[in-house]
Structures are given as structure tokens and as C-alpha cells.
Design a protein around this ligand. Structure first.
Ligand code: KG4
Ligand code: ZN
Length: 345
């Protein structure tokens, strides 16, 4: 049995094929980073148009590499139905459902965040239930308790900016290109961690929600004070010190809340997913601090941590095995859900 997965919720166009017997066969991705880079963030209309351009060629490459035929070998088509950008989702959903209709096979609507939560399964790793997932990307900051597949409880989320967005906006203030996370990480390595001490938002009160917009404003005010209102005058060392203070504040905040979530959930495994999960300081701190408490942290491989179609195909396969979950294959209506809570699955 083979499931084709299609992901187009934001700025990555991705297609993958997973086999029930052999696991992941092909995982293709085309990133739109260069397209959006001049704007400092994702431009939704440009994203939709680029998905239209890339989905067809990526599908052909994927089938060729897997040495499979769409009409003979593919048993279902799984696609991201939400949450995400409306136009981008519509392109992927329209493409996926039309393909499925043309080969008379089921189309399976996938929740993007659920696919992230279950990404460890792609590598045949099944963390023991219950576990906690920290989803940290450009669009999301979530702590979720996973009691079983399909049983998710949101423990905490950002009440304003997503953490990746805070990285990107802080990078922009420091004159760094998009996406800002890797740039801040690089610059922070030269920084003096003792020079500034930025707030760790909402860690001094109970609860598991996050807020990053105040921290962002704190960075802006610090930069303004330092440069007497002209950010261009800042020397390289000062910029590095600010990047370092910002990164430390974010990493501490994520670590404190993740530990709190594990303790409250009686869980001892944390799964980290999303682009910010690539941050080296975050990885090292979580590993060290959790190990001290007899807990463990699991990071899916980088290619499965950020947006990808393997996780969509993987979840599609699970749904197909539990055949009650497929959509009516002949339905012609294309529905996407730009806003879709995990708890509503
Ligand atoms: O999951 P992802 O690739 O895409 C979505 O947002 O869906 O996450 C991208 C985010 C961007 O905000 C980027 O700046 C951030 O992840 N990021 C990082 C690092 N690498 C990527 N943030 C901090 N440190 C990194 N090393
Ligand atoms: Zn994502």
C-alpha cells in the first residue's frame, strides 16, 4: 500500500510517498524562502502562485524517483487541509483532490499540526504515551499533551506572536535577512551573554501560555536606547550581544514551560518539532535539563522537523489503515480549514 502526501500550507511545496511495507520512499521539497526573503516574511499571494508552479513538477519527480505509477500504485492521496494560509491550502487541496478523483482513490484531509506531532513515526520511533510535544515554528508556539493517536490536549500556546515570528522580526531589527532564526543563532555565538538580561515572558506566573511580542518590543527599545534612534549606527559586537540576550531569553522561556508541561502531565518524553526546534542552544539546554530529571527529549530529523510531506503521507497511511477516516472520494467540493484547532479533530 502506498500513500502520496502533499503539503502546501505555507511557504514549502512538498510531495512524498510512503509505503506500508517499506516506510518512506521519497520525500521532495521545494522551499520558497528566496521568493519571500525580500519582503521579510511570507507573502500569501506569492506563496499560492508558486505552489501552482511547483506541485506538478514535484509530483512527477517523486513518482519517477519511487519508480511508481500514479494510477496503478498509489492507494490514497493525503493532503494538508489546514491550518495555514487559505490560498496556499486551496492550491494543495485542489490538486490533491483532483488527482484522487482522477484515479478513483480516496483523498485524506490532514491536520498540519497533528502531522507534526506524529512526525517521530516516520523514523519508526513511537514515544511512550503520554508524551508532550513542543511545536515551535514561524506560525505556531504550542505545548500539546498526546495521550494516544487522535487524543490531543493543548496545554499552552502563544497569546500573540509565534516564537519563529519573534526570531524573524528581531532579525529584521538587527538588519539580518529572512528567515531570521538561523541568522540570530549565528550572530549570537559571538555575543556576550552577560551584557543584557532580557525578560523571560510569563515564566513568573503559573500556566503554560507564551507571549513574545513584549520581548520583541524590549529588543526594539534596547536598540533605540543604544543607538539614539538610529539602528544603523550599532557596532557588530552590540548587535551580537543583543542577539545573544534575545536567544537566551527565548530558549529559557521554552525550556521552563516545557519542563512545567512534562511535570504537570506526568510524562517523561518531550518531542520538539517545527523550524525553531533546529536551534542549537534550545536543543542543548533541553537535553541537559531534562536528563537531570530522568526525562528525555526527542528531535525528529531536521527534514521531518520543518514542514514536509512525509509527515502528511505518514498520517494519511495511519488513516487509511483505520479506514473509517477517509473522505468521500467522489465528493467534488474542496474544503480547507485555515483555522483548525487540534482539539477539534
Ligand atoms: O517549521 P518552519 O520551517 O516553517 C513554518 O513556520 O511553518 O519554521 C520556520 C521558522 C522561522 O521563523 C525561522 O526563523 C525559524 O523557524 N528557525 C529558527 C532556526 N531555524 C529556523 N529559529 C531559531 N533558531 C534556528 N536555528
Ligand atoms: Zn509546520
Amino acid at each position: 500500500m502506498h500513500v502520496l502526501g502533499i503539503e502546501s500550507s505555507c511557504d514549502e511545496t512538498a510531495v512524498a510517498i510512503i509505503s506500508e511495507a517499506e516506510g518512506l520512499l521519497v520525500n521532495k521539497l521545494y522551499s520558497q524562502i528566496e521568493l519571500h526573503s525580500p519582503y521579510g516574511g511570507v507573502v500569501p499571494e506569492l506563496a499560492s502562485r508558486d505552489h501552482i508552479r511547483k506541485l506538478g513538477p514535484l509530483l512527477q519527480e517523486t513518482l519517477q524517483e519511487a519508480n511508481l505509477k500514479l494510477d496503478k500504485d498509489i492507494d490514497a492521496i493525503a493532503y494538508t487541509s489546514g491550518p495555514g494560509l487559505m490560498g496556499a491550502l486551496m492550491v494543495g487541496a485542489g490538486f490533491a483532490r483532483s488527482l484522487a478523483w482522477s484515479i478513483n482513490k480516496p483523498a485524506i484531509a490532514i491536520h498540519h499540526m497533528e502531522a507534526h506531532l506524529l512526525a517521530p513515526l516516520i523514523e519508526s520511533i513511537s514515544p511512550e504515551f503520554p508524551y508532550v510535544a513542543l511545536l515551535v515554528s514561524g506560525g505556531h508556539t504550542l505545548l500539546v499533551k498526546i495521550d494516544a493517536i487522535g487524543r490531543y490536549r493543548i496545554l499552552g500556546e502563544s497569546i500573540d506572536d509565534a516564537v519563529g515570528e519573534a526570531f524573524d522580526k528581531t532579525a529584521q531589527m538587527l538588519g539580518l535577512p529572512y528567515p531570521g532564526g538561523p541568522q540570530i543563532q549565528q550572530l549570537a555565538m559571538q555575543g556576550n551573554a552577560k551584557r543584557f538580561n532580557f525578560p523571560r515572558p510569563m515564566t513568573d506566573r503559573p500556566g503554560l501560555d507564551f507571549s513574545f511580542s513584549g520581548l520583541k518590543t524590549h529588543v526594539l527599545n534596547t536598540l533605540k536606547d543604544l543607538s539614539e534612534n538610529s539602528l544603523t549606527k550599532l557596532d557588530q559586537q552590540t548587535r551580537a550581544d543583543v542577539a545573544c540576550a534575545f536567544e537566551d531569553a527565548v530558549v529559557d522561556t521554552l525550556r521552563i514551560k516545557s519542563l512545567r508541561a512534562l511535570e504537570q502531565s506526568n510524562a517523561n518524553t518531550l518531542v520538539v518539532a517545527g523550524g525553531v526546534g533546529a536551534n542549537k542552544k534550545l536543543r542543548q539546554q533541553l537535553k541537559e535539563k531534562l536528563a537531570k530529571r530522568g526525562m528525555q527529549v526527542f528531535y525528529p530529523a531536521a527534514e521531518f522537523c520543518t514542514d514536509n510531506a512525509a509527515m502528511v503521507a505518514q498520517l494519511g497511511l495511519l488513516r487509511l489503515q483505520d479506514s473509517s477516516c477517509c473522505e468521500e472520494q467522489n465528493a467534488l467540493q474542496i474544503n480547507v480549514r485555515p483555522r483548525w484547532s487540534l482539539e477539534a479533530i
